[in-house]
Design a protein around this ligand. Sequence first.
Ligand SMILES: [Zn+2]
Ligand SMILES: [Zn+2]
Length: 212
Amino acid sequence: MRSAALEMLPLEIQRIIFSGLDYQALISLSATNRFYNQTIDPQAMADPLDKLQFVMRAAKDFPQHRPSEKGQDYHPGNFECYVCFRVRSPDCFDVLQAQYAYVDRLGHVVRDREPTRLDTLVPLRRFCIECGVRSGLHVPSDCLTTKTGRDLWVCRCWRVWPKPGVLRCPDCSGDCPLRPRKKLGVDKLPPSPPPLPQPSVSYAAAPRLSSA
Ligand SMILES: [Zn+2]
Ligand SMILES: [Zn+2]
């Protein structure tokens, strides 16, 4: 269908048509012109599973996202973010992103205190730095290193600055931390807890029923 013709349809009908489109189709349509760019939000409109499958496929199959081996022009390949469901340049990802994080009973990420038995350890999929800051996984005073080797830090007003290019944020006057703060989460699963102590009294085996 030509996009101009689609634009003439009532909004209700357009919405029904959009709801039948997958993430990739929504992205393509939103890129056709300004009208669709403003009307279509692929991120909000697509099915979560579809978005997940799309970024996984895109990062692997689209040639522009694969690493290239050509000498000087070596390009490490792009990565998928499982929060914004975009495939982004390696410059957008923290190389030491936590693999797991503890979450408290209210769903907040545990940091600045030791986790307790009431917290749950959850695996984190890969997320870009922008999403990490927006969702509170990266917080002020965090120091990050991109997959392209750039050093960054997060100021008090939650902006990300290059190190050592900018060592003080002009807006919040926050300074680049001298020492990186304790990183969020854990990189490895903790060893499983020791088995419960066995009762010291041994019980006689229960009589077995005859299997005749
Ligand atoms: Zn993202
Ligand atoms: Zn700031």
